[in-house]
Design a protein around this ligand. Sequence first.
Ligand SMILES: [Zn+2]
Length: 134
Amino acid sequence: MVTNRKIYILEPYFRNSDIMVEQLVVLERKVKKSFQLAREDITSLGNSISKLYEQIEKLSAEQQTLADQLKAVKDMKQQKAQKTTYFLGSKETKKFHMPECVFAKNIKKGSKILFPTKNKAISKGYAPCVCLKR
Ligand SMILES: [Zn+2]
């Protein structure tokens, strides 16, 4: 609302004060409406930002879960790799295998030879079985 004091102050500048008051009332309404709209925009922006933060939190939680799963898979792979500490060769076939290979299990006792690494077996003239090519 336009107070009487304000009208009094403006009167010397505008002789026709009735029209001036009307204009001021309209102007006041427009200014109030603008502020209201701005406040609504700010509130809506605030809500959007909150939602974005929620999504970011969700995504980082998912990322953490995925990172944990990836680490678990890597650990499993590493454990599996560490399990195979030797290779089994057959003096008869001149081939070498993973210890768990079916062919390795069929090697006769007298024909068995252990290799600590693939390169060692290859350097002794042994060829890798298909179990090592997977
Ligand atoms: Zn094999």
